[in-house]
Design a protein. Structure first.
Length: 260
């Protein structure tokens, strides 16, 4: 009786444990998506210290991965890896690619890597395709804000699967993040390492609360989105066809530079 009681207690406890984010995906096959990144970093929306030259406002290439919950590319309020630090500070992807590769080999948490070309100005679009697997339905990516000390935008572990079906489309507004590895306040700040390293933090209109901060707009309640990402499922009939360039409509809380 004692053994049986212990077993029942253990099984009951196990059943109450939280289930992994991706363990509930029961979709039967792979899903292919087109990911469209739209830069909305205009001088009208973000006039303070807007970089016009050497270099002008622009975006690095996009680097992303589809994965399981065992892997994390980056997380808010956690320390950035060496790979994310190098990418956020200098746009160098080698160390981050190595980290992704090792995660795939050791714990088989990564299904595929994807990348999209850089955007040579603050506003514009870039896109690529990605493949999600039922055991790897999460998407993460990073895009460096250029120029900046260690600022980036991205997504951490977005789940494309709902039960037994893949989502048809998802769109997310993106806001700037500080990797916590460089102490610069402005877009053009010189390299000044943060010692000790701090955690990844979202940059807002009031944080860091310093007048020198390039994103410091104390009269605003929130910053307008600096970018947006849309992920659209590719239907089987569309496989092999080149996807059209998608011009996404602006949302009501955004200010778009019509000149750009």
């Amino acid at each position: 009786k004692v053994i049986w009681t212990v077993l029942v207690t253990i099984l009951g406890y196990a059943s109450s444990l939280p289930v992994g984010e991706d363990s509930l995906c029961t979709a039967e096959e792979l899903a292919k998506y087109r990911i469209i990144f739209t830069g909305k970093w205009s001088q009208t929306a973000f006039p303070k210290q807007y970089p016009l030259y050497r270099p002008p406002a622009q975006w690095s290439s996009l680097l992303g991965v589809t994965h399981s919950s065992d892997y994390s590319m980056w997380k808010k309020n956690e320390y950035a890896s060496n790979g994310v630090r190098d990418f956020a500070e200098k746009g160098e992807a080698w160390a981050l690619m190595k980290e992704i590769e090792e995660a795939g080999e050791k714990i088989q948490s990564v299904h595929g890597i994807f990348s999209a070309p850089a955007i040579s100005r603050g506003t514009g679009q870039t896109s690529t395709e990605l493949e999600a697997h039922p055991r790897h339905p999460l998407v993460s990516f990073v895009v460096r804000i250029v120029p900046s000390p260690d600022w980036f935008v991205g997504i951490d572990s977005l789940n494309l699967c709902e039960g037994d079906r893949w989502m048809d489309e998802v769109s997310v507004d993106l806001y700037p993040y500080d990797a916590g590895t460089d102490s610069g306040f402005t877009f053009s700040s010189p390299n000044f390492a943060t010692i000790p390293q701090e955690t990844v933090k979202e940059i807002t209109c009031s944080s860091p609360s310093h007048p020198a901060n390039s994103f410091y707009y104390p009269k605003l309640k929130i910053l307008p989105p600096i970018a947006q990402v849309t992920i659209v499922k590719i239907k089987k009939s569309q496989l092999g066809l080149s996807a059209p360039f998608i011009n996404l409509p602006a949302k009501s809380n955004e200010i778009i530079d019509t000149v750009s």
